[in-house]
Design a protein around this ligand. Structure first.
Ligand code: ME8
Length: 535
């Protein structure tokens, strides 16, 4: 894409590939929007970026859902992908560079080659296993982590995530020698302290690995909805091994060496904390076994909760993102979850909280600032942005405030994945500009028609408009439509250039918006919310 220079490694970010047993809910959108903001941020820095998402289509969970709906698993997946998943990402303005489906040949062929290769290297052997399995997680559980069922489930053992009974599976399977990778993994975690984020997730993984790893069953033979084991086609490859490999097959593993070289491994795998161990233990071990490079970071996000439990498709507690975007708009939706919940922690959504933040932070602080400034440039200078010729102490503070906001936002969003902190840094600056206008009282200065008075008024309005120029750039990764509206209202498209070409690194360079830009009172950035009772 932009700035694509051959040979330079792309900043590669992935979401989990989602199970298509049902339509997406707020939880899936949460991870995908976070990844979109992260990659848009890096694009706004001018970096080469690769953002991948997709769908996980094999395994028992999908097979059973399709059966229950009276269609083949492939038909079920095709329908869900085309009618639910892809349209949602488009609706939410997700700028993914690719979308991988695990039923595509470009994936299945390469997965077989990968597994065959491990087999040839002696990393895989045949053995037997019996244990409790959760179809919701598609994972064997350790007896110690199960819960005792009550009520309808009395006497049964439950999965700690899904709170549903596990099944006892006994199979002859192929195993990957995962147990041999414990020491190597611990060494790797120790020398790469930023590999797992946040700290609590890192501790969980390290403690788990320290207790000793078991070998991993990588095939199943009691059903057939999966990729066949190439040397023994009665078995299909375990859905998680199949799924993790999407991060390699989607970027040209064993197929397009130049693309693979330029993209792999991922810099950041975004995952929900429920699937942390797969990404932080099994995935790097699989790569180590092949001599491939391991990813830069596994960043676990917390759960969006409903009534104290994880919002989930299996438990039918999912809320559709469209139910919120139809009320608040897409941009406010993208902003809200990252703003309201510290990334890595659990959080819950409420209409009241979203409504309150929309009104005070988006509409009042940000939207009103933009419309007031445009209105005053219109009223006092006929819409031609005046030059700032009378800068003083107050303006200096604004310049400094902007530099601080840019530095903090770039570090927090771009590096630390602290979306909340980064957004707050930008909005603190918005507040500072609001305070500046309140203090400077341009409507009073306007009454002074002397040369000095005009110069002060010009300086105040230039300062405010130039601040908004920077805000539009900084918020572009989070709220692209709103930023474009603001950009247009500042006349910046004509006087500065395309918003996408503005660099984060240059955002604080004062004076980016030239005097003479045509400022118009554009579209309202955040319209008043309809009363949901009337809607
Ligand atoms: O696990 N809160 O797919 P999945 C926050 N196919 N995030 C949530 C969430 C919630 N309540 N519910 C879901 C799978 N998510 C596998 C992944 S990857 C190689 C294979 C998000 O459809 C979160 O990112 O169950 C979680 O990890 C992901 O959706 C799980 O989606």
């Amino acid at each position: 894409k932009q700035g694509a220079s051959e040979g330079v490694k792309a900043f590669y970010v992935s979401t989990p590939i989602y199970y298509v047993n049902d339509a997406p809910h707020l939880g899936h959108a949460y991870t995908t929007v976070a990844g979109d903001v992260l990659t848009r941020w890096h694009r706004q820095r001018g970096e080469k970026v690769w953002y991948l998402t997709g769908t996980d289509e094999h395994g028992q969970k999908i097979m059973r859902t399709a059966e229950a709906n009276g269609v083949s698993p492939q038909e079920w997946c095709d329908k869900l992908v085309e009618e639910a998943w892809k349209p949602l990402w488009e609706h939410l303005e997700i700028a993914n560079d690719d979308f991988i489906r695990t039923t595509e040949r470009r994936h299945t062929d390469r997965v077989q080659e990968f597994v065959q290769d491990l087999y040839d290297k002696g990393e895989i052997y045949k053995g037997g296993y019996e244990g409790p399995y959760c179809v919701g997680c598609e994972e064997y559980k350790l007896p110690g982590e199960l819960l005792d069922g009550e009520g309808d489930y009395a006497g049964q053992k439950l999965c700690p995530v899904h709170k549903k009974p596990v099944e006892i599976l006994k199979e002859e399977n192929y195993f990957f020698k995962l147990s041999e990778y414990g020491p190597k993994l611990l060494e790797f975690y120790a020398s790469n302290p930023g590999f797992i984020q946040p700290e609590s997730a890192r501790n969980e993984v390290v403690n788990f690995v320290k207790q000793g790893l078991q070998d991993l069953s990588i095939s199943r033979s009691t059903f057939d909805w999966g990729i066949p084991i190439p040397w023994d086609e009665k078995h299909v490859i375990y859905v998680w091994v199949d799924a993790l490999l999407n991060y390699a097959t989607a970027v040209g593993y064993n197929e397009n060496p130049a693309k693979f070289e330029e993209t792999f491994p991922a810099d950041v795998h975004l995952v929900g904390k429920d699937i942390l161990r797969f990404h932080a233990i099994i995935w790097p071990a699989m790569l180590m076994a092949q001599g491939l490079p391991v990813p830069g970071k596994i960043a676990a996000n917390g759960w969006l909760m409903v009534g104290g439990e994880k919002m989930s498709k299996s438990n039918l507690t999912g809320i559709k993102p469209q139910d919120l975007t139809s009320h608040f708009g897409v941009d406010a939706y993208r902003w809200y979850f990252l703003r309201a919940i510290a990334f890595g922690q659990d959080g819950s959504f409420s209409w009241e909280d979203f409504t309150a933040r929309y009104t005070s932070e988006l509409a009042n602080d940000y939207g009103n600032l933009a419309s007031r400034v445009a209105a005053m440039v219109g009223k006092y200078f006929d819409g031609a942005l005046p030059e700032a010729t009378a800068n003083g102490e107050a303006e200096k503070k604004i310049h400094q405030g902007l530099a601080k906001a840019v530095g903090e936002a770039d570090r927090k969003i771009g590096e630390e994945l602290d979306f909340q902190g980064g957004i707050l840094a930008i909005f603190d600056f918005v507040k500072q500009v609001n305070g500046y206008i309140t203090e400077q009282e341009p409507w009073k200065v306007a009454k002074d028609e002397s040369e000095q008075g005009r110069a002060r008024l010009a300086t105040i309005l230039y300062t405010a408009a130039e601040s908004l120029r920077a805000v539009a750039v900084l918020l572009n990764p989070v709220m692209p439509d709103t930023s474009q509206k603001l950009w247009d209202s500042l006349g910046a498209e004509a006087s500065v250039g395309a918003l996408a070409d503005q660099r984060v690194q240059d955002a604080a360079a004062w004076g980016g918006l030239p005097a003479g830009s045509t400022v118009t009172k554009g579209a309202v950035l955040f319209p008043r919310l309809e009363d949901p009772k009337k809607a």
